[in-house]
Ligand binder design. Sequence first.
Ligand code: ADP
Length: 346
Amino acid sequence: MLVGILSLVIIGKVSSPRFFVLRLEQLEGTGYRLRYARPQLIEGFENAWYRGTLWSLVVSTTASGALSYWVSRRIVLSLTQMEQITRQIAAGQLDRRLPNSDIPELDRLSASFNHMTASLEGVEQRRRELISDLTHELRTPLTIVRGYLEELAEGGIEPSAEIYLRLSTETKRLERLVNDLQELSKAEAGYLAINLQSLNIRPLLASLVQRFADQLHEESPILLLDCPPQLPLVWADIDRTEQILVNLLGNALLYTISGSITLSAWTETGKLWVAVTDTGIGIASEHLPHIFERFYRADRSRSRHSGGTGIGLAISRRLVELQGGEISVESKFGKGSTFKFFLPVA
Ligand code: ADP
């Protein structure tokens, strides 16, 4: 507004009277006799100009002042409201959301803030569930171990290989839980050492299929390797890749009663894709977007029974990302699932 007023005043003051005088001189040149009327004409012009300028200044100042006040008030009100709500969220009320705003930028800010709060709420919810699950998971083996140890101490039962085996199974369960949690916290904090080198993963795929096939029994699904004899070298960490595949194959075995589990690999420009496809129970579409989130379990009762913690896929995703790849899943409930990831070609 200031720039507008200044330019109006300067241009009006300097150039407009000169143009008017020039015009008068032109008119005199064409035969008009203006000599006596000239001072009055100029004075009249200046008066009219001053009045016009004054009124336009009054109107524009009032209009722009009122408009600025109105706009800034709307912004300030929205910001104050946002500030109050963010304070409430910080105090733990994660179900609070910012309202929509008719200012597009603030509306976008509200939307992304609400998105962030919703995911925080999800994490908080899963954290609570995890604590209650962990308590449950820890209590069962601990109670069993304590029970046996007390009985053994009191001489209620005779020590036998079977009892020691049972005790060791229970402690293994505890160990797995602790290891998973430790691995996840390291992966998420970025402390996992990744040793990238160019390697051929075909021998790894073959040995994994062999290793898992040894664990299968008659009713188990069959395990297949579908992979060209020559694969390009990838830029990856062999131990981490093995960890990812053990996790995916382990899940496939856990959730597939009959049919087949196929480990396949193929190349695409600059990428080597590896997939684990099963004909198992599948994952319902509402769970699919969350399946890689930590502590997320599609079928809580089943995975609790199998000792699942909902951590394996979160670790796998982090490990794939640390090697510059991406992991995704496709699944049909009741039909089967395909987990696939790529590693960059060396
Ligand atoms: P968990 O230790 O519970 O197996 P994961 O992170 O490995 O944890 O898997 C998360 C959840 O994803 C599992 O609880 C299970 O519900 C689902 N899931 C994973 N793999 C499969 C699969 N191959 N078929 C069906 N469901 C699966």
